[in-house]
Design a protein around this ligand. Structure first.
Ligand code: HEM
Length: 449
């Protein structure tokens, strides 16, 4: 596949309004400094489709729900997800589902879907329900703490229990360290694995995981364990197609990465907004209490009854979508909105730009979960105005898992604690590479008597 635009194509690219920014670095610093402000500036100057130069490549951004639909549905198979994402995560998470394209991707996704059916999901939910009380109690005992690192650690521990089916101990600690190094490396600025760099540590972490998971596979083939890893080892489609050992390993490592920072980010935003809106905290608390749960354990069948919690989580994902933008590479010349995007161009859409577009969302920075209710116009809105989980062939495979985890956390937390933020507090969220509060989000959990 052609990885860059040749000179003839570069001519065609210039037809698209835009700029190349500074020599060599192009617009990269502007983008990294404040992606939302940068996007707004470019849109005001050039319109809904514009060209910039970031990370040493010319690229095209397409804005608006119609563009999102064209890009994500990709009926003509114009766009490669693998080529779009590889520069960022290809070294550490090669052959993950998002790094496969077209027919091969479809076949792998079909097998992997077995691990996300109702039966296995119920098993994951039980583990979450088992693990949550001790977690929430530890947070409550601490009282005042930074929420972002705390939920990140929780998410990491879930990786060993729910994802890998390991009990906490020295072994799980090594797994945590390896996975942490890999995720840190995926956003490292220095991309060459020189000694001592994050990327070198990440590659070492990957080697450890490949070896570790490879040794576990034989014992999981006939195991009755209910973790995601065991499900993947045993997953097959209706024709009996299964993953090879290497494929299980690659998918497992990718899955974990896809789940980790996204859940961390979205639950942090939800807690932040609930801290700022005590009326919504009360509404969710009342809704959870109405379920009459036993020891706070949330049964699978009752998840759908948490309607307001669902709206609140969706609204958190709207204001701060954990994946702020999605990249692809055009595998052929693409016509859109009167422009020709040449083959080999990196093309992107902006989740955060769409979610904070005042033409689509009234007062976009206001937290108003009722936007997702029928009265709030959810049915009338463009289907691609809200895309935290993407859409089309690569739509997030773990989205129900994400809702489940957010709801379980709320079901165990809100009945016992008030989320209180410091007086007059507001935080700033860093957007790239994933959305997170710059100060870790200080919170106090006040026990409800
Ligand atoms: C709030 C949490 C999450 C958010 C916001 C999120 C977001 C996304 C987005 C935007 C994509 C598509 C990217 C693209 O098309 O370029 C994606 C793909 C994916 N996500 Fe998630 N994700 C979340 C949680 C999870 C969890 C918990 C899992 C697994 C348990 C998961 C597994 C995946 C997988 C496997 C893909 C690749 C799908 C494919 O290429 O077919 N995600 N996610």
């Amino acid at each position: 596949m052609n990885a860059s635009v040749d000179s003839a194509d570069a001519g065609a690219l210039k037809e698209i309004p835009g700029e190349r920014g500074l020599p060599i670095i192009g617009n990269t610093l502007d983008l990294l400094k404040d992606p939302v402000a940068f996007g707004k500036r470019m849109r005001a100057k050039y319109g809904d489709i514009y060209r910039t130069r970031t990370f040493l490549r010319d690229n095209v951004t397409m804005l608006g729900p119609d563009a999102n639909e064209f890009f994500l549905m990709d009926k003509a198979k114009n766009f490669s997800s693998e080529q779009g994402w590889s520069p960022y995560i290809g070294k550490l998470f090669p052959r993950g589902l998002m790094l496969l394209d077209f027919d091969e991707h479809k076949a792998h996704r079909h097998i992997m879907a077995a691990a996300f059916k109702t039966g296995p999901m119920k098993g994951y939910l039980e583990r979450l329900n088992d693990d949550m009380p001790a977690r929430i109690k530890a947070w409550g005992d601490t009282g005042h703490f930074e929420f972002y690192p705390a939920i990140k650690e929780l998410s990491l521990d879930m990786a060993t229990t729910v994802f890998l089916g390991l009990e906490p101990g020295p072994e799980s600690q090594k797994v945590n360290d390896a996975l942490t190094d890999m995720v840190a490396a995926s956003v490292a600025i220095i991309r060459k694995p020189l000694p001592g760099t994050m990327i070198a540590r990440g590659i070492r972490g990957r080697k450890f995981m490949v070896d570790f998971l490879g040794k576990l596979i034989p014992e999981r083939r006939d195991s009755k364990q209910t973790d995601i890893f065991t499900q993947l080892v045993q997953a097959s489609d209706e024709d009996g197609n299964r993953f090879t050992d290497q494929e299980v390993i690659d998918h497992m490592i990718f899955l974990w990465m896809a789940a980790h920072d996204t859940i961390t980010s979205s639950v942090t935003t939800l807690v932040y907004e609930l801290g700022r809106h005590s009326d919504w905290q009360e509404k969710l608390r009342a809704e959870i209490s109405d379920l009459g749960l036993n020891d706070d354990r949330l049964p699978y069948e009752k998840m759908k009854d948490l309607v307001l919690t669902d709206y609140a989580f969706k609204e958190a994902l709207r204001i701060n979508p954990p994946v702020p933008a999605m990249p692809r590479e055009a595998v052929r010349d693409v016509e859109f909105d009167g422009y020709r995007i040449p083959k080999g161009t990196i093309v992107g859409i902006s989740t955060v730009g769409t979610h904070r577009d005042a033409d689509i969302w009234k007062d976009p920075l206001d937290f108003d979960p009722m936007r997702f209710s029928p009265e709030g116009g959810v049915k009338e809105r463009h289907r691609y105005a809200w895309i935290p989980f993407g859409g089309g062939a690569h739509m997030c495979l773990g989205l129900h898992f994400a809702y489940m985890q957010a709801k379980v956390i709320m079901a165990h937390l809100l009945p016992h604690y008030d989320i209180v933020l410091p007086e007059g507090y507001s935080t700033k969220f860093q957007i790239m590479p994933l959305i997170k509060p710059v100060d870790g989000l200080p919170v106090t959990l006040k026990a409800i008597k």
